[in-house]
Design a protein around this ligand. Structure first.
Ligand SMILES: [Zn+2]
Ligand SMILES: [Zn+2]
Length: 282
C-alpha cells in the first residue's frame, strides 16, 4: 500500500538503486585514467588508516586518550565524527564529478577517535567477547581483531581494483545506512544553509536583454544591475538570493544543490550527485 503522506515514495523506490549499485554505477562513468586515480587514492587512504589504527592500538598514550575522548563526547558528537569520516570517504569519488566540498580532512586526534569508534562498533557486533574486561584492556582484543580482520588488512594486500573497491563499497553502504538512521535519507525533507565559502565564490554577471524574471521576487531583471549566477546558470537578484541561501542550499528554479557547512546535508548532497551519475550510466 502506498503511503499517501509521501507522494514521492513510490517514485523514489522505483528510481533509487541499492547503495552498492549506485556506487558501482557511478564508478562505471569514470574514464580509465580517473578509475586508476581513484583506486590509487583509495589504496593509499586505506593503508594510511590501517597503519594509523594499528599504531593507535599499540600506543600507551594515544589509545587511552582516544578512548577517554569517546567516553566524554555526546552521542550527537559521536554521530558528527562518524559523519565527517564518511564524508571524507565519499569525496574520493565525488571529486571526479566537478564538485568540491568545503570540509577539511579529519585532524589526527579526530581520526584516532573516528577509527576507534568505528572499530568498537564493528567488534561489538562481530566479536563482543573481545570487549570483555576493563576499557583499558580493550586494546588487546581490538588489536587481535584488527590483525585477523580481512576487511581491514585487505588494503595491505596490493593495489588490485577489487581489493580496494570491495571495502570502499562496504564503507559507502554503511554511510548510506548511517544517513538513513540519522533521519537524513530523504532528500525532500532536509533544508540546510549554503556554505559561506560557496556563496562568496558565486559570480556576479550582467544580463543581456530584458524580460527575464527573478523567480524569488517575480520582478524583471534590469540590464544595468549585476545579478547572482548559480552554477546551474540560473540568475537572481543578489538581494533576493543571499537571504534565500542563508536558509537553503538549493536553486529555487531547478533544486541544484550548493555545498553546505552542515555535515549531514553535505553527505546527502554528495550522495545525490552519485545517484544522478549512476542514472546516467544505464
Ligand atoms: Zn529578485
Ligand atoms: Zn538552477
Amino acid at each position: 500500500m502506498i503511503d499517501i503522506r509521501n507522494p514521492f515514495m513510490e517514485d523514489k523506490e522505483k528510481k533509487e538503486k541499492e547503495p552498492s549499485e549506485t556506487i558501482m554505477a557511478a564508478i562505471c562513468t569514470l574514464n580509465t585514467h580517473q578509475f586508476s586515480d581513484l583506486i590509487h587514492s583509495l589504496s593509499l587512504e586505506f593503508r594510511r588508516h590501517h597503519h594509523h589504527l594499528c599504531s593507535l592500538l599499540r600506543s600507551s598514550t594515544r589509545f587511552p586518550l582516544a578512548l577517554h575522548h569517546l567516553q566524554t563526547i555526546s552521542l550527537h558528537q559521536k554521530a558528527l565524527l562518524i559523519a565527517r569520516y564518511f564524508l571524507s570517504t565519499l569525496t574520493h569519488l565525488t571529486r571526479f564529478f566537478k564538485t568540491s566540498s568545503s570540509f577539511l580532512k579529519l585532524n589526527l586526534s579526530d581520526l584516532d577517535a573516528a577509527l576507534l569508534l568505528m572499530l568498537l562498533c564493528e567488534v561489538h557486533q562481530q566479536e563482543p567477547q573481545a570487549l570483555q574486561g576493563s576499557p583499558a584492556e580493550w586494546h588487546i582484543g581490538l588489536n587481535d581483531y584488527v590483525m585477523r580482520s580481512s576487511l581491514l588488512t585487505l588494503a595491505g594486500l596490493g593495489e588490485s581494483s577489487s581489493t580496494v573497491l570491495t571495502p570502499y563499497v562496504d564503507l559507502t553502504i554503511k554511510c548510506r545506512r548511517f544517513l538513513d538512521a540519522a533521519g537524513c535519507g530523504d532528500e525532500m525533507v532536509r533544508e540546510v544553509a549554503a556554505s559561506v565559502a560557496a556563496v562568496v565564490a558565486l559570480p556576479s554577471v550582467e544580463i543581456n536583454g530584458c524580460g527575464v524574471e527573478c523567480v524569488i521576487c517575480r520582478e524583471e531583471m534590469r540590464e544595468d544591475r549585476e545579478m547572482c549566477e548559480l552554477p546551474c546558470e540560473h540568475l537572481f537578484h543578489w538581494m533576493c538570493m543571499l537571504p534565500w541561501l542563508k536558509k537553503r542550499n538549493t536553486c529555487p528554479c531547478c533544486r541544484f544543490q550548493l555545498p553546505t557547512d552542515d555535515v549531514f546535508g553535505e553527505i546527502q548532497r554528495l550522495w545525490g550527485i552519485l545517484v544522478t551519475k549512476s542514472g546516467m550510466e544505464s
